[in-house]
Ligand binder design. Sequence first.
Ligand code: BTN
Length: 252
Amino acid sequence: MNFLPATWFDHLDSTNRQLQRLMVEKPDLPAGTVIAARGQTAGRGRGQRIWLSTPGKDLTFSFLMQTESPKDYFPTLTLATGLSIAKTLSDNLELPARLKWPNDVLLHKKKVCGILCESAGTTDRQRNAIVGIGLNVNMSDADTQKIDRPATSLKRHTGHTVDVEETLIQILDGLEKTLHQWESEGFGSLKAQWLARCDDIGRQITLARPDGRSISGTFTDIGSHGEVQLTDPQGTSYSILAGDMILNSNRI
Ligand code: BTN
């Protein structure tokens, strides 16, 4: 997939919502359409959480992905997107970007980026996904402390202000290659790279599931649909597609 030049807005409620509205107005909106906002008034995260960003300082954008992959592979689209962003941050800013299942990019164990991938209907044989990305670029410590989980920004670790628009161009460049590979060869061809950037494999975790139940055990692998595989102390193995991962020794 090739990206079109991003359309920038000073303020939006949410770039994911704006892309949804645009898809209703223009049903033939091309794949690779990118909407970016300098500020969001109602940014959304996973599980109906709010996504806080500092207007003018952070990167919030969404793009339209069209794929022939079945919808149940969409969780691996989130994983591939996170991997690509982590690689871009490492390659361009020499930052030690790591991954936390399912959608977090971390710097020094604190979240710097989150991804919200939403299914958005079908066109011919193609399925649409809206992939929304929030990256903390130039937030100060005071800004990140307003977030209810450990969070950080690129500036905090590079020591200098980072150009938001240039960062978007670098991220899209990386995503073009990674998502082409995801589409043509599948997540299986990216999984080893994803695991190499995740510090949690082999660790004791608790998965808090959307239905309120939790399962604890050893995080052993990622399945072909992006699910967490874990084994509990009795030796029973589970594959879990949705939930929040809590590291038993270290809550992130
Ligand atoms: C998460 O970590 O929970 C996902 C956060 C995703 C936030 C981005 S910001 C751009 C896009 N628009 C939204 O409303 N959400 C995503």
